[in-house]
Design a protein around this ligand. Structure first.
Ligand code: MD3
Ligand code: FE
Length: 202
């Protein structure tokens, strides 16, 4: 475990939180999840495809389609979302120290050209719960803005095994992924980047 997180605008960033063995164990734990609830390329209400592919684990999954974005209890195929793997919940427990556990784990998969524009996470019922992000695979350039649109931004590369906790002032900060350094990691057989986003949605 990393000694202490770095603080960037209230984001607590644990560089190298997961060692190589823990990362491999996490990927193995995600395999049955992805089999039961395959990645989908979501569309926005306007019909625009996202470049990121997504699925979820937990009671609720975040989705977007022609009806807009929201939390849903089932995958678009109609199956319940699989349970959040124990290894993932243990990361949440360790970095948040909370008794409450997340009810949603969004799984984002970035191929070579995928990115995610600056946005806020505002679809949850209570913003006092933190959000935890786990990065696996290729490096991703994470951009942090402000709680309103515009203003100066700061960027940091997230590497495989990094864990970020967004709580307090950081919870409603604009953030996004500008690009992936495709091929920078050999953790995932097909390359790319997986990000797990743990949230208390209800
Ligand atoms: C800051 N995902 O799914 S993780 C998202 O790497 C999302 O896939 C990015 O933003 C990714 O919504 C960034 C870091 C992250 C996640 C949730 C946050 C940062 C956050 C919630 C509030 C503030
Ligand atoms: Fe987000």
């Amino acid at each position: 475990m990393a000694a202490a997180p770095v603080d960037l605008r209230g984001f607590k960033i644990w560089k190298g939180y997961l060692d190589a063995a823990a990362q491999a164990e996490l990927v193995a734990a995600l395999r049955p999840v992805l089999k039961a609830a395959p990645l989908v390329r979501p569309v926005t209400r306007r019909g625009q495809s996202l470049s990121v592919r997504m699925t979820s684990a937990g009671e609720l999954g975040w989705i977007t389609d022609r009806r807009g974005y929201r939390y849903e209890p089932r995958h678009p195929s109609g199956v319940d979302w699989p349970a959040i793997p124990r290894q993932v919940l243990e990361i949440w427990d360790a970095v948040t120290g909370l008794d409450r556990r997340p009810d949603s784990c969004l799984i984002n998969y970035y191929e070579a050209e995928a990115k995610m524009g600056l946005h806020q996470d505002k679809d949850e019922a209570d913003f006092s719960w933190p959000v935890v992000s786990v990065s696996l695979g290729d490096d991703g350039l994470f951009r942090i803005g402000n709680t309103t649109r515009g203003g100066k931004t700061e960027s940091i590369w997230l590497n495989s095994g990094d864990v970020v906790v967004m709580g307090g002032e950081a919870r409603l900060t604009y953030h996004g992924i500008d690009r992936i350094r495709f091929g920078s990691s050999r953790l995932l057989p097909k390359g790319g980047r997986i990000n797990l986003t743990l949230r208390v949605a209800t």
